[in-house]
Design a protein around this ligand. Sequence first.
Ligand SMILES: Cc1cc2nc3c(=O)[nH]c(=O)nc-3n(C[C@H](O)[C@H](O)[C@H](O)COP(=O)(O)OP(=O)(O)OC[C@H]3O[C@@H](n4cnc5c(N)ncnc54)[C@H](O)[C@@H]3O)c2cc1C
Ligand code: FES
Length: 257
Amino acid sequence: MKTESQTVKAFTFKDRECAKAKPGQFLMLWIPGVDEIPLSILDASEDGTVSIAVRKVGEATQALNAKRVGEVVGVRGPFGNSFTLRKGRILMVGGGTGTVPLYFLIKRLAHQAEKSVLVLGAKTKDELLFMDEVKKTMEGERGQFVATTEDGSYGIRGLCTEPLKELLVREKFDVVYACGPERMIRKIFDLTEEYGIDFEASLERLMKCAVGLCGSCVIGKYRVCKDGPIFDSKQLKEVKEEFGVSKRDFDGKRTPI
Ligand SMILES: Cc1cc2nc3c(=O)[nH]c(=O)nc-3n(C[C@H](O)[C@H](O)[C@H](O)COP(=O)(O)OP(=O)(O)OC[C@H]3O[C@@H](n4cnc5c(N)ncnc54)[C@H](O)[C@@H]3O)c2cc1C
Ligand code: FES
């Protein structure tokens, strides 16, 4: 267990199935007596070790953050598809807990990519997650790390979409990967459309079954749990009306994002 920020904690446990996960996949974590929630996989290794990172937002995540070493939780997974692993010039953009699946992707890609740039954004320095590990992985002539904070307490002041625009003007990239608040992902998608670059993003929707049965996670003709959570440019174009605009709530009603 490791405290990453005032609201985010990382947990590590053994699970033989989830240890086979690929970057972008998620698991369902059951907190007995409380709820079962979807969480991205932060890291997975052959020795059966799996890591997740959780932000305290409501009842389930608060109960999870209060857990101590040795307490019991339930795990199902891994679920969903994964990012495609490209070897060319890659640009990754993460905001908030959106850093979680990107961290896993970076670990698998940074050393094999021709060039890899990571732009990480947060409200304030304390919320820039896994900074030390990420900086270490990105260091070197083929890697570049850019941080932005909305309050200017670290890196460039403002939103992570600002340096992104400059990078896209200055350099050529084969693919952009993104995860974070959906409105941010939508802005990045619009930029990649403008510059004609392949794009892959991880989306979040309400999840109950996680295996494509209940329909609570739909976006357009897709179920995020089974067809996603990673969607490419072509798929995102098909769901433009909902993507970054609205999602279904617990009653199935559309609510603004
Ligand atoms: C594929 C996927 C990956 C995710 N990865 C992470 C991660 O790595 N780290 C992290 O901190 N959070 C992650 N989340 C979000 C996390 O699931 C929610 O924060 C959590 O479910 C909130 O539960 P709660 O009881 O604490 O809060 P509540 O008060 O119940 O809900 C707060 C908000 O969380 C969202 N939420 C609640 N229940 C669900 C649910 N069953 N499915 C999806 N969203 C829900 C809703 O937007 C809700 O408004 C992920 C969500 C998805 C869909
Ligand atoms: S969570 Fe049930 S269909 Fe996706």
